[in-house]
Design a protein. Sequence first.
Lengths: 116, 113
Amino acid sequence: NAGVMQNPRHLVRRRGQEARLRCSPMKGHSHVYWYRQLPEEGLKFMVYLQKENIIDESGMPKERFSAEFPKEGPSILRIQQVVRGDSAAYFCASSPPGVTAHQPQHFGDGTRLSIL
Amino acid sequence: DAKTTQPNSMESNEEEPVHLPCNHSTISGTDYIHWYRQLPSQGPEYVIHGLTSNVNNRMASLAIAEDRKSSTLILHRATLRDAAVYYCILRDVNGGATNKLIFGTGTLLAVQP
């Protein structure tokens, strides 16, 4: 049973370009979470999605960042007009439906985004 | 979610037990205690969780104080592969629609051969 798959593992963009990060959850999981880890900092929650719905986006920057989890296909975290401060590791996690506080989240190995 | 406090770093020798403490003095009755770890260059990995009773699984044991204001993650025989940052996280069963994890700074565990 494949785990959470993120691609690409490494992404390099120039300032002003767009970055698209993809996340395929574990089979049977309909809940997806995105977290960001800035250099030398801890993991910060960004957004929580269920199929076609954003449940909690309290950690998303107000501008340039968006996320979706369509009915078919992977979840996408999109960053428009990237800046140097967007350089970070972005982690996706998934969990099955019927989630409660004692349901673990399963993480991918992240996308390392570097902005030149 | 209630706040947790962990030591910044700990050291252990290979094949010896490791006790990783976590204080959560403001824990509520509906908070579960979760532990995750993050190995270098990898995503976080679920380790164990519990509510009131001590818990065991193939990775570790979780000892929860009677008043639930602290807990200890126990690795029975540390290996080099256990070198990681360990996070203690509280999750409220009545947390509403969101299910986010709130990570603190964790404990960096170094394992010496």
